[in-house]
Design a binder for this molecule. Sequence first.
Ligand SMILES: [Fe+2]
Length: 165
Amino acid sequence: MASKKMKIPTTIDLGDQTRTAMVGLLQANLADGIDLVYQLKQAHWTVRGPNFIGFHELLDQLHEQVEDKVDLTAERIAVLGGQAEGTVDVSAQTSRLPKYPLDAVKIEDHVAAVTKSLAAYAENVRKAIDEASEAGDEGTADLFTEISRAADRARWFVEAHKVAA
Ligand SMILES: [Fe+2]
């Protein structure tokens, strides 16, 4: 887990307590994001059926978007004087996302699984916006807001594959 003490010197004008709390929030999001990055690839690689190419390509676009957010999250940890723990191993141990079904093949099964994971990801990010804002770190709150907006949009893109009732 992320070290609880800020050991890396920084001149940033945020208190040690705030930075420690923010690094914890960011580290949790980093672990989820790294998990999501490869859940999206799992879907990209295994989906089959009608509308294959559109969904296959969408998954790759979403993968790149989440990967970009993962980078911003890890770099924000560094900005705050923390030490990111960005390995797949740490992600596997601490991700809060549901496990991706390895037997999913049909588009509807992938739509359901990706939606479930995006929902867990997005809900945790939305909570983190408020926590960062309440802690007085608007920079981190803004990053979480950016991630949240992208996650909501990704959710729409995936959910729009479901036929409306
Ligand atoms: Fe590919």
